[in-house]
Design a protein around this ligand. Structure first.
Ligand SMILES: NC(=O)c1ccc[n+]([C@@H]2O[C@H](COP(=O)([O-])OP(=O)(O)OC[C@H]3O[C@@H](n4cnc5c(N)ncnc54)[C@H](OP(=O)(O)O)[C@@H]3O)[C@@H](O)[C@H]2O)c1
Length: 299
């Protein structure tokens, strides 16, 4: 039995579906039985619980061999780092108390740093807590920058006519599609070869900067002259809060962007076949970004 946290989310649903399609027993965890229902229809066992609830997660992990764990985003939280620490405490307690043998955790590039990387500090803490539990095998997947982070640009393009954000226009980022992370996590659980405590970076198909991001999006949505503008933090702070994020969460996102821009937060492994994943940004735009853009335009 494999347990999957965040099973209705970007990475978790791919982990769960991949394992189910390979005939594995899967217990999916989320806050709503209704949202988990499509996975139950494919054969998963449902467990409704909150990721901050250690005793509930312990029950969810009981009797399972392995788990996929992640710290859910919570953009409206007024103290997101405290929320992350409550989740990583609950996960660590459940790993410790359930007797589970293998864990694959969703981490990030930059999780080697104890401070100065915004939300990624919460993943550093998750890694440290899991590494301190003796008998369990843990693989931390340190993912690059999600391609899905560009989806809010659907609204930005419609509002300001360009792609815009805090990242330097020429900063090459290892951008990855979340489905590739889910597939890699499922493979790691299936191969059952995690030994001790390990990290592995997942760096997407290639490194790509926001100038190229705008060019690829522009081509796909019929705006061939679409460009990228790096906006000042203060302007972005207001815009992101208008999108429903708390001031605290926005502050952390801007700290992370600064850490990426300065090179403090970066991938540590040289690119190789084992940390490169298949989905290109062009494919992501064709299959996810452009349809979302057309849908909003139609509405
Ligand atoms: N964005 C990036 O560039 C990047 C890069 C590297 C790593 N990461 C990390 O990736 C993770 C996000 O992964 P993802 O995109 O797969 O997540 P996601 O799709 O945003 O969310 C996963 C699921 O978590 C569930 N959830 C939310 N709050 C919960 C709670 N309190 N208790 C239990 N479940 C809860 C939600 O399901 P229900 O609503 O159904 O409960 C949601 O579908 C974060 O840890 C982030 O730091 C992000």
């Amino acid at each position: 039995m494999h347990v999957v946290l965040g099973a209705t989310g970007n990475t978790g649903h791919v982990v769960a579906k991949t394992l189910l399609s390979r005939g594995q027993k899967v217990r999916v965890v989320g806050r709503s039985a209704e949202r988990l229902q499509p996975l139950a229809a494919e054969g998963a066992e449902i467990f409704v619980g909150d990721a901050t609830d250690g005793p509930a997660l312990t029950r969810a992990f009981k009797g399972a061999e392995s788990a996929y764990v992640m710290v859910p985003p919570n953009p409206s939280s007024s103290d997101f780092r405290a929320f992350q620490d409550r989740v990583s405490d609950a996960i660590a307690a459940a790993v410790q108390n359930s007797g589970i043998k293998n864990v694959v955790s969703l981490s990030s590039i930059g999780a080697d740093k104890p401070s100065g990387t915004g939300p990624v500090v919460g993943l550093y803490n998750l890694e440290q807590k899991l590494n301190s539990i003796d008998r369990v095998n843990v693989l931390h997947l340190r993912a690059g920058y999600f391609m899905e982070n560009t989806l809010p640009q659907v609204a930005v393009i419609r509002m300001v006519g360009s792609v815009s954000g805090p990242i330097r226009p020429d900063l090459k980022l290892p951008m990855i599609a979340t489905r590739d992370i889910g597939a890699a996590a499922a493979d790691a659980l299936l191969l059952d070869e995690i030994q001790g405590k390990q990290t592995r970076e997942l760096l997407g198909q290639r490194d790509i900067d926001y100038t190229e991001v705008a060019t690829i999006i522009g081509k796909a949505i019929g705006k061939p002259s679409l460009g990228y503008i790096q906006a000042p933090d203060e302007q972005l702070r207001l815009a992101m809060m208008q999108m429903g994020m708390s001031a605290n969460f926005v502050g952390l996102i801007l700290e992370m962007a600064g850490a990426l821009n300065s090179g403090y937060m970066k991938a540590l492994e040289p690119r190789s076949a084992s940390n490169t994943t298949p989905t290109s940004f062009e494919t992501f735009v064709e299959e996810a970004f452009a349809p979302a853009y057309r849908e909003q335009a139609a509405a």
